[in-house]
Design a protein around this ligand. Structure first.
Ligand code: PMP
Length: 327
């Protein structure tokens, strides 16, 4: 779908997957006005195909648009584009358990010219789809994380809350450092003091205290520098309904370490569309490393994971109407 200043959104079309032909002076190549979203289509046992909270993805996309001086995509148009693509060939949605069709809406600035002083006057919104299996190979294996002090993902007033490609481009070097340190994923800290935990790679983090019947959860608050994950938002509500108080707040790396050492902090997990919920088993930073609990997935993590996957795949009730039927 194309947008320009005179006509707004127009020329919606469905095309076979293939290369785009763009002028070398196209604005997105130079000034990175680019945004994306990520969500999945799931096949239920009765054959129904659904997505999960596409309205929330549309809302986040439009908050990102505002930050990047790009035109909003009305929610109805955003959701209808997803539906059209999936309806075109429902066999694209995998049948194997835990598999899904990953949907990637994105938008690029298409004005030609190298002027840098104003945003592009034209844009293209595109959705592509790709069948996906489990995100981390090896199923629900706890990941190890590296606390990144050399690099920050986002600064106050920046684009941390927006899903723009530049945030991810700037993250590769930190992720490579995490791997060099023998860890699976990078954990981002705040830009000012390098001690408040923000998020992990492409996922938000939750901390579980107490375990058993007294379990309670903490997740870093949305300060503007981390991505407001839709999985995070869903888990805050589900945890509450399951009798697990869940709060937004802050936790420093020292508190994380001390919590694991005293046994008060029993579980840590990361959450996002791609990997759903992934336990964190081991933490490493400049000052040493430690295990989270026993290093194995904990009961709070597994209960929440089962509940969320159950809603997405239609085996558990959907009290908030999050499941959106496509066909
Ligand atoms: N943080 C970042 C940086 C991400 O890229 C993602 C994935 N979109 C998330 C968190 C989790 O967001 P969601 O639950 O909406 O997938």
């Amino acid at each position: 779908i194309e947008w320009d200043q005179g006509r707004g959104w127009h020329d919606a079309r469905l095309e076979p997957y293939g290369p785009l032909s763009l002028d070398p002076a196209t604005a997105v190549f130079h000034y990175a006005q680019e945004l994306f979203e990520g969500l999945k289509a799931y096949r239920h046992a009765d054959g129904t195909i659904v997505t999960f909270r596409p309205d929330a993805n549309a809302a986040r996309f439009n908050r990102s648009c505002e930050r990047m001086a790009m035109p909003p995509v009305p929610e109805e148009l955003f959701v209808r584009s997803l539906e059209l693509l999936v309806e075109t060939d429902r066999d694209w949605v995998p049948t194997a358990e835990g598999h899904s069709l990953y949907l990637r809406p994105f938008m690029i600035a298409t004005q030609r010219g190298l002027g840098v002083n104003s945003p592009s006057s034209s844009y293209r919104f595109i959705v592509i789809a790709s069948p996906s299996a489990a995100y981390f190979t090896g199923g629900i294996r706890p990941v190890s994380v590296w606390l990144s002090e050399d690099y920050t993902r986002a600064a106050p007033g920046g684009t941390g809350f927006a899903k723009c490609g530049g945030n991810y481009a700037a993250a590769f070097v930190a992720q490579a450092q995490a791997v060099e340190q023998g860890c699976d994923q990078v954990v981002w800290l705040d830009a000012m003091e390098h001690r408040w935990v923000e998020e992990m790679g492409g996922m938000n983090l939750f901390f579980a205290y107490g375990g058993g019947a007294d379990a309670r959860l903490l997740t870093p608050a949305l300060t503007g520098t981390l991505l407001p994950g839709i999985t995070r938002d869903s888990l805050l509500k589900l945890a509450h309904d399951m009798g697990i108080p869940a709060e937004e707040g802050r936790i420093s790396t020292d508190e994380w370490r001390a919590g694991n050492a005293s046994g008060e902090l029993t579980e840590v997990f990361a959450c996002g569309t791609a990997a759903v919920i992934t336990p964190v088993g081991r933490v490493k930073g400049r000052d040493g490393e430690w295990l989270v609990g026993s290093g194995e997935p904990g009961p709070v993590t597994m209960r929440l994971r089962e509940e969320l996957i159950g809603i997405q795949y239609g085996t558990h009730p959907d009290p908030y109407g999050w499941v959106h039927k496509i066909c």
